[in-house]
Design a protein around this ligand. Structure first.
Ligand code: ADE
Length: 250
């Protein structure tokens, strides 16, 4: 999969995509991320990318021509037409189903907006605006990085363990179950009881462990994000566990 990012802060994006799972996938050539400096698509001596808003008011607006030239250059790079995304608080809210849909595209172009605005005419070249949440960031670089990370994890071969991706929190519309590693017991730091790993996880009984994890994932989702259960696809065992949990909660 290929991502082209258009930004006024190329170093910030380049640095971040080089780290971790995404960085390793780029090294292995499972992913390609090309970062484009919007200023390279200006034609004036001062490489100006923004201008004052028509009609007045505070803030600056990203000019349309450099973005159009960047898109022309990126679209000419390969034969297939890429899907063009614009980061914006007015966009489609990024959820796991949206991430899954985006991960099926072979090429994504991410135009990093500025909060003050992007000239409205740029939207004629955009397939979809994407928001990463109902809060305001000063620029689209962090949203672009969030989109790349979430989408890249679903590209086969990016995360080593496909099973872990499938079982992820939200992968199945539920929150994750609790995780523990060694030691089995640690001092709590006060005079209280030591902190122990739940016995079932030490039991070696894989059927019991699987059931415990399902129950914990459901209990957490019910307590913290009951909205997720409204359109979740639960199997029969999960539906039964959920009924039990609801009965316990009264
Ligand atoms: N630009 C500013 N805020 C944003 C947000 N929440 N999501 C995407 N782009 C943004």
């Amino acid at each position: 999969m290929r991502f082209d990012v258009v930004t006024i802060f190329p170093a910030m994006v380049q640095q971040a995509v080089g780290a971790g799972i995404v960085g390793r996938a780029i090294e292995r050539k499972t992913l390609t991320v090309v970062v484009h400096d919007l200023r390279d698509f200006t034609t004036d001596r001062h490489r100006v990318v923004d201008d004052m808003p028509y009609g007045g008011g505070p803030g600056m607006v990203l000019k349309p021509e450099p973005l159009f030239r960047a898109l022309d250059a990126i679209e000419a790079l390969e034969q297939s037409r890429p899907t063009v995304l614009l980061t914006s608080p007015q966009g489609t809210l990024l959820t796991q189903p949206v991430v899954e849909r985006l991960s099926r595209q072979p090429r994504l172009v991410l135009l990093c907006g500025r909060y003050e605005g992007v000239d409205e005419r740029v939207r004629t070249r955009v397939d979809e605006e994407v928001s990463i949440g109902d809060y305001v960031l000063s620029g689209g670089e962090l949203p672009a990085l969030v989109i790349i990370d979430a989408v890249a994890r679903l590209v086969p071969g990016v995360v080593g363990d496909e099973q872990s991706v499938a079982e992820d929190s939200f992968g199945r519309g539920l929150l994750d179950f609790p995780h523990y590693t060694r030691p089995a017991e640690i001092a709590a730091g006060t005079s209280s009881e030591p902190l122990r790993v739940p016995d079932v996880l030490l039991s070696g009984n894989h059927a019991e462990i699987r059931r415990w994890r399902k129950r914990e994932a459901l209990a957490r989702t019910l307590a913290r994000r009951p909205d997720l259960l409204e359109h979740g696809e639960l199997d029969e065992e999960e539906q039964k566990l959920l009924r039990e949990l609801k009965a316990q909660r009264g």
